[in-house]
Design a protein around this ligand. Structure first.
Ligand SMILES: C[S@@+](CC[C@H](N)C(=O)[O-])C[C@H]1O[C@@H](n2cnc3c(N)ncnc32)[C@H](O)[C@@H]1O
Length: 237
């Protein structure tokens, strides 16, 4: 089927503007782009995006001039889901279908690599000037290993932009890094919900020598729920 026709049929996670047709995604990230502190000009930079889904960030990073590699998985059985909730069959549409359709319509050169961040190495992918990871780690069992992989994939002098949900209000008043155990939260697959200090500290532990809080904001989904976010920037010496 022609990509433009298919774009009108499938379910989208991201709202994307596809040559005159705007997809109706679960998340419309357009109002939040300014919150992440992405360098305006990424010409000549290699950028790695983790957990791209339909590719909103990959296409945005490419629009700023970057050469983009975007990681994700196709088979939901390979995601870190608790055993009771893990799907038993391959989904009707691979997770990357939307990305492929959007890439074709946009004429994008962003390359989607089917690889878990757990298994992403510089030997295979090289190193990057910028690693970008939005709203992925709350869904992972081993957040620290994921950050460690990102650290290994970042060039010396390079940067990480990480945006994740922190544990709620009072948890952030704790003067130490702490996580809530959340494996059976009903609305989503979330194992650990770190407070802001814990997110920051994990990034430092993973090899980023300076970690700054860039900002905080609340993202509204098109399904009626809100997700608070903290944006952290990690810098590698
Ligand atoms: C909540 S979505 C966020 C999508 C996008 N990054 C954003 O900011 O809107 C999480 C994404 O991470 C991907 N993901 C989950 N576990 C992953 C892993 N181990 N390695 C790479 N991607 C993963 C999911 O398939 C999904 O596309």
């Amino acid at each position: 089927m022609d990509a433009r026709a298919e774009a009108r049929q499938i379910t989208w996670y991201h709202t994307l503007e596809l040559d005159g047709f705007t997809t109706s995604g679960t998340f419309d990230l357009r109002p939040y782009v300014k919150e992440y502190g992405i360098p305006e000009d990424l010409s000549g930079k290699r950028v790695l995006e983790i957990g791209t889904w339909d590719g909103f960030w990959a296409f945005e990073l490419e629009r700023r001039g970057a050469e983009v590699i975007a990681l994700d998985l196709d088979d939901e059985r390979e995601l870190d889901w608790p055993p009771r909730r893990r799907p038993t069959t391959f989904p009707e549409h691979a997770r990357g279908r939307g990305f492929a359709i959007a890439k074709e319509i946009l004429g994008s050169k962003a390359e989607r690599v089917v690889r878990s961040i757990y298994h992403a190495t510089p030997e295979e992918l090289g190193q990057f000037d910028l690693v970008f990871c939005g709203s992925v780690l709350i869904h992972l069992r081993d957040q620290l290993l994921a950050y460690e992989r990102m650290g290994g994939l970042t060039k010396s002098g390079g940067m990480l932009i990480s945006a994740e949900e922190p544990a709620g209000g009072l948890m952030n008043l704790l003067p130490f890094a702490a996580s809530r155990y959340h494996a059976d939260r009903e609305a989503a697959v979330v194992f650990w919900l770190p407070n802001r200090r814990a997110w920051k500290r994990m990034i430092w532990t993973a090899g980023y020598d300076r970690v700054d809080e860039h900002g905080r904001f609340t993202m509204k989904s098109n399904e009626g729920y809100d997700v608070p976010h903290v944006v952290l920037h990690g810098h590698k010496s």
